[in-house]
Design a protein around this ligand. Structure first.
Ligand code: PXG
Length: 441
């Protein structure tokens, strides 16, 4: 329990204004279903599934019990040259859930590790098939791919990059697809912007040559930068260009996976099959850290086939890859998703959610509302010379009112647990309306 300001000094908090926080801390001490409880006993409605991860709601008995039981049975098993049965079971379950021949899964402990793993697999794949010159990695402006060196390099958020020197070499970026002028207030996929995928061919391949390019990595829906929905035809076009030029396409589905868009994964929703998929967050409902990279059969076979018999094929992995507690949590999570039909529920709720969030259009300072499935972004006009200040004030006032939203720059993001009721959607949006109306500047 929180025991006074003097206790807060030693913890260096991630992606947090530490000094500001420690003056007025926001501490959460328990959670159940759609609500957190704060240290001072207030209930807070979770409008962001924790941090885009608690898709089945908090404190789910089945998941909690699976973790408890696993901890008592097998706390740890070495992951290198050893295995335990649940890892194989989980990989099989993911194979059945993912479309096409996305068959082979490598376990990590976070989205950031999934991204760096996927980039390394892409490089190793091309080397294994005798095209080791393919070293360029192509990300996208405004992309977020976690906070490790590979992910920050292919990511496109200046604040996440500027303090950290050269990052990876041989990285370029596609343009992002957002334009207030062309696609503001889109419901679902905007109709403008598919042509931006052509930049891959007309500029990036023209400049670096396809024979040097290993992979393109994108979030199918960009989350962290403030919810950018892919224009109709855009992902299809990226797939086409990658196919034409032997370039791997990686979808970072750390946010879009596990029902967020009203389908199991974005690749299923959009009908575009990537070569590698990065997963995390909803994989364990946020209950134990875990990530995964699932690759198409050909990628796996190529890397296997290039190594001598009985040799380690990929020199990569983590002490906690496929940790027993994490796989137990993931298996129980997948059961909950299936038993409660939560991906279908998200699809059913999506039109109600869309209608509710677009009613924010008339509110002061709102310059865009965009949405897909159970995710929405509400963009606010920045206060001149004070970027992000207005949205942060909204975040604080919402929290005081008992609603948790996520803000990034001057964008408010909503991505509630998929168990949210219609009444709770109203509560979320009405609360946001009251806060926006009360803003004086
Ligand atoms: N890829 C994507 C697409 C993500 O959204 C990561 C990778 C990294 O995952 P880990 O587990 O290493 O954090 C993420 C994480 C935000 C916010 O601003 C979003 C994330 C992380 C922190 C903040 O809403 N997403």
């Amino acid at each position: 329990m929180y025991a006074g300001d003097s206790d807060l000094g030693s913890y260096w908090m991630p992606f947090t204004a530490n000094r500001q926080f420690k003056v007025a801390p926001r501490l959460l001490v328990s959670a159940r279903d759609m609500h957190f409880t704060t240290h001072d006993g207030r209930k807070v409605l979770d409008g962001v599934a924790g941090l885009w991860c608690v898709n089945a709601g908090h404190g789910r008995d089945k998941i909690v019990n699976a973790i408890r039981q696993q901890a008592g049975e097998l706390d740890f098993a070495p992951p290198f040259q050893m295995g335990h049965p649940l890892q194989f079971e989980l990989a099989k379950r993911l194979q059945l859930l993912l479309p096409g021949d996305l068959n082979q899964t490598f376990f990590t402990n976070s989205g950031s590790e999934s991204v760096d793993t996927a980039l390394k697999i892409a490089l190793a794949y091309h080397r294994a098939r005798g095209e080791g010159s393919r070293r360029w990695l192509i990300g996208r402006e405004r992309g977020y791919h976690g906070s490790n060196m590979g992910g920050v390099s292919v990511g496109g958020i200046a604040a996440n990059r500027k303090a950290f020197g050269n990052l990876l070499t041989c990285v370029d970026h596609l343009p992002h697809t957002h334009s207030i002028a062309h696609n503001s207030y889109s419901r679902g996929q905007p109709s403008w912007g598919a042509h931006l995928a052509d930049d891959l061919e007309s500029r990036i391949i023209a400049l670096h040559d396809a024979s040097n390019i290993a992979a393109v990595i994108v979030e199918p829906v960009a989350g962290s930068t403030g919810v950018l929905i892919p224009p109709r035809g855009y992902l299809e076009r990226l797939r086409e260009i990658c196919d034409q030029h032997g370039i791997l396409l990686i979808f970072d589905e750390v946010i879009t996976g596990f029902g967020r868009l009203g389908s199991s994964f974005a690749c299923e929703k959009f009908g575009v099959l990537p070569d590698l998929v990065c997963l995390a967050k909803g994989l364990t409902n946020g209950a134990v850290p875990m990530g995964a990279v699932t690759v198409r059969q050909g990628v796996y076979d190529t890397i296997m086939g290039a190594a001598p018999a009985n040799a380690i094929e990929l020199f990569h992995g983590y002490t906690y890859s496929g940790h027993p507690l994490a796989v137990a949590a993931a298996l129980a999570t997948l059961d909950v998703y299936a038993e409660e039909g939560l991906f279908a529920r998200a699809a059913e709720l999506a039109p109600y959610f869309e209608h509710a969030v677009h009613s924010l259009r008339e509110l002061p300072f709102v310059i865009d509302v965009r949405n897909l499935g159970m995710v929405a972004g509400i963009e606010l006009e920045p206060i001149p010379q004070k970027p992000a200040a207005r949205a942060f004030e909204v975040f604080q006032r919402c929290y005081e009112k008992g609603i948790l939203v996520r803000t990034t720059g001057d964008i408010v993001a909503l991505s509630p647990p998929l168990i949210i009721s219609k009444a709770q959607i109203d509560e979320l949006v009405d609360g946001l309306k009251e806060v926006l109306r009360a803003l004086s500047h």
